[in-house]
Design a protein around this ligand. Structure first.
Ligand code: HEM
Length: 415
């Protein structure tokens, strides 16, 4: 096998370095993950000249680190912001709940969690179905198209815009801004100043847009999340203006850049496993467990990070030192045979698929999980039923050159 894993000169026996930039990690990271899980100690260098830090790939270790308060999130956010500098993106990240520990995290999360509860999200079922049908109607008459551009990409953007209350006329701009902000993290890791400049410009554009829209909603509230957040801010001092705007940017980016990849990666997995595709087409009622298995099989978020606040010994006797930044490979944990039997098989009927860590675990468990699930549970069966002959045009799919997110650039299909 290729050079993804190497024994560095001077490292201890059993310690391996993972090259996070290896092209095969983009195309198919799972063989490398299997080798990682078998290693006692693996380290990664995220930027070329940085101190290597530990990588966790086993399900039990990843779960522990996600749930254990000895592994903090804020330290990770601080390191990221230090790398980003005091630009618009760094200033926005400073208020993203995903980079905070309690009590700040608890306060920020409390403000939005109700809007994303399973009951609140269920009310969106009709709207999501209407949006899905409109996108599918627009494809009538097409014989070949890119599923990412025509379906997977626009749907989550329409849904999150609808939920936030972004007027339809403004939504086109959002796609580019959202993608640029999402690439901001990668730009630091990959040391790409151009991408960082684009991410900063997008953060400025989005923040200014939400400031203006929020002012309108304060004057004339509507039945949307922005209006509810504006009122929450006015009624108490629990949320500052900067926190409010950063929360809007975070929801847009987190809600869009991930769900796109659930639909895209899920469809690719189905095309590559035609028996499972037929199963979902024939039994749309299994959409809920099917979506869990698709999330497990090829997670849209492949990795996240924490910082150890004290020394911690893991089950395999690996010692994580206080101050160590650790990388948690969610995609590797989801394929751990100690947790999932025959993990490399796609099985839409898998009984414990829902135990995947694709939405994280513990206090940072994805607040938008009910929404992402509902979108995929509606979108995938409807697409397959509307186009019974839908098939992959070419196996040569291209992956986004991203670090933490995993998703396709294009998914060429024919009807
Ligand atoms: C398939 C789609 C999605 C995936 C795979 C996903 C994945 C994740 C993961 C892994 C985390 C935890 C990160 C960590 O603990 O380090 C997370 C947190 C979060 N997600 Fe998602 N997400 C998805 C969709 C959404 C949507 C639709 C929204 C909102 C509209 C959203 C908003 C958030 C927020 C706000 C957090 C931070 C929660 C906190 O810190 O308490 N996500 N997501």
């Amino acid at each position: 096998m290729c050079g993804t894993l190497v024994q560095e000169r001077g490292s201890q026996p059993g310690e391996l370095q993972l090259d996070p930039f290896a092209p095969e990690l983009l195309i198919d990271p799972y063989p490398t993950y299997a080798r990682l899980r078998a290693q006692p100690q693996v380290y990664v260098r995220s930027t070329r000249n940085q101190r290597p830090f530990p990588v966790l790939s086993r399900y039990s270790d990843v779960q522990l680190a996600l749930r254990d308060p000895r592994f903090a999130r804020s330290g990770f956010g601080d390191a990221l912001r230090a790398a980003l500098g005091d630009g618009p993106l760094g200033r926005s990240f400073a208020h993203w709940m995903i980079f905070q520990d309690p009590p700040v995290h608890t306060r920020l999360r409390g403000l939005v969690s109700q809007a994303f509860s399973p009951r609140s999200v269920e009310r969106l079922q009709g709207q999501i179905s209407t949006l899905v049908d409109a996108l599918l109607d627009a494809l009538r008459g097409c014989t070949a198209f890119d599923l990412m551009a025509e379906f997977a990409y626009p749907l989550p953007m329409l849904v999150i815009s609808e939920l936030l209350g972004v007027p339809a006329a403004d939504r086109a701009r959002f796609g580019q801004w959202s993608a640029a902000v999402a690439r901001g993290v990668d730009s630091v890791i990959r040391e790409q100043p151009d991408a960082l400049a684009r991410a900063d410009a997008a953060a400025t554009g989005l923040t200014a847009y939400f400031r203006e829209l929020m002012a309108r909603r304060r004057r004339t509230p509507a039945d949307d999340l922005l209006s509810r957040l504006a009122v929450a801010e006015q009624q108490g001092d629990s949320l500052s203006e900067d926190e409010l705007l950063a929360t809007c940017v975070m929801l847009l980016v987190a809600g869009h850049e991930t769900t796109v990849n659930l639909i895209g990666n899920g469809l690719l997995a189905l095309f590559r496993n035609p028996d499972q595709l037929q199963r979902l087409r024939g039994e749309p009622g299994i959409a809920s467990p099917a979506v869990e298995e698709l999330l497990r099989f090829d997670s849209p978020v492949q990795r996240t990070g924490r910082v150890a606040t004290v020394d911690v010994e893991l089950g395999n006797r690996q010692i994580i030192r206080a101050g160590d930044r650790i990388t948690l490979l969610l995609g590797a944990a989801n394929r751990d045979p100690m947790q999932f039997a025959e993990p490399d098989q796609l099985d839409l009927g898998r009984a414990n698929a829902g135990r995947h860590v694709s939405f994280g675990s513990g206090i940072h468990y994805c607040v938008g999980a009910p929404l992402a699930r509902l979108e995929a549970q509606i979108a995938l069966p409807r697409l397959l039923q509307r186009f019974p002959n839908l098939r992959l045009l070419s196996e040569a799919v291209a992956w986004q050159p991203t670090f933490g997110l995993r998703g396709l650039q294009v998914l060429p299909v024919a009807i």
